[in-house]
Design a protein around this ligand. Structure first.
Ligand code: SAM
Length: 311
């Protein structure tokens, strides 16, 4: 089953609200086609597995696989692993985090994109239960050494490097690299202490809109430049005129969350509505509110007046 954060009554949800029952919680980051996820779920039927994956095609494939195999103890989230750890699991709740063959980003200038960095390990420690651990398997020796060093620097983990469990060598990428004759590296990072800096879940809002006085404008003149706000950026990609008003395709990037959503400007019973469209059920975050504020400012520049502000 797919997890849609905007439809959850609270962030983070109680595991029971996601999985319908209690159980030891496991998070897999970057599950790819989900064959490991399915195998793990079958061999640990008492565990509850939350998978996070940024590729929509992979999520679809994995969902089909889980359905086909009748697996009920897995939930999948389309998006970044860090978002899932921050917002979809309670603090100190996770028994195991599994990362099989993370994208290695081998070029020096791309190293900042690697998942397993010091800041990630620090934040992870706030979500792992006591004695909880992260299991890393990779074919990339340089990334392996990098991850060990980043974790070591936090002083929060005991690090061991046993041989990889056989099941972790049956993922799509493991099979590919095995055929290519590559070596495999495995590490277990066990939480020994917790970072003192809290990592609160993302704040989200019930709504983001304003009501304005005045006629629907003939045209919208929206900022071409990115709209910056603390922690992210929003871009108005395109505005289209519909029957009832304007639809504005908007891209919002915030820490660990990227959303493409529609804003709209349309007549309503109470005035001109400018705000988030329900289409796609976006998560209403600080960044989405900043985009709506920029839209409202553009309407004000056309002479319209705000009469109710929920931005
Ligand atoms: C090299 S593949 C490995 C896939 C799978 N674990 C395997 O071993 O076959 C890396 C996967 O991580 C996903 N990914 C990359 N960054 C991610 C992130 N921040 N959160 C979740 N998934 C991510 C990619 O889309 C890709 O499917």
């Amino acid at each position: 089953m797919l997890v849609r954060p905007a439809l959850l009554p609270e962030l983070p949800p109680e595991p029971k609200a996601l999985f319908v029952r209690e159980g030891p919680l496991v998070v897999e980051v970057g599950f790819g086609d989900g064959r490991f996820t399915a195998h793990y779920a079958r061999t640990h039927p008492e565990r509850l597995i939350l998978g996070a994956e940024v590729s929509a095609a992979s999520v679809q494939r994995a969902l089909r696989r889980l359905k086909r195999e009748g697996i009920g103890n897995v939930r999948l989230y389309l998006g970044k692993g860090a978002f899932a750890l921050r917002n979809l699991v309670p603090p100190r709740s996770v028994l195991e985090v599994i990362v099989n063959f993370p994208d290695p980003w081998p070029k020096k200038r791309h190293q900042g994109r690697r998942l397993l960095q010091e800041a990630f390990f620090r934040r992870l420690s706030t979500r792992l239960a006591e004695g909880g651990r992260l299991l890393l398997t990779t074919d990339h020796e340089d990334y392996f050494a990098f991850a060990l060093e980043e974790a070591r620097r936090t002083g929060l983990y005991r690090i061991e490097t046993p041989p990889p469990p056989e099941a972790h060598l049956l993922t799509k990428y493991a099979l590919k690299w095995r055929q290519a004759g590559r070596a495999f590296f495995h590490a277990v990072f066990t939480k020994e202490a917790e970072d003192p800096t809290p990592w609160p879940p993302m704040r989200r809002y019930a709504m983001a809109h304003a009501l304005l006085n005045g006629p629907l404008p003939e045209a919208l003149d929206l900022p071409q430049a990115p709209v910056r706000f603390p922690g992210g950026v929003a871009v108005f990609l395109e505005a289209a005129r519909g029957e009832r008003g304007f639809y504005v395709l908007t891209h919002v990037e915030e820490e660990d969350l990227t959303q493409d959503l529609l804003l709209e400007v349309r007549k309503s019973a109470h005035g001109l509505y400018a705000g988030v469209s329900r289409f796609g059920t976006p998560l209403i975050t600080e960044g989405v509110r900043a985009a709506v504020r920029a839209l409202v400012a553009a309407l004000e520049a056309l002479g319209l007046q705000v009469v109710q502000d929920h931005t």
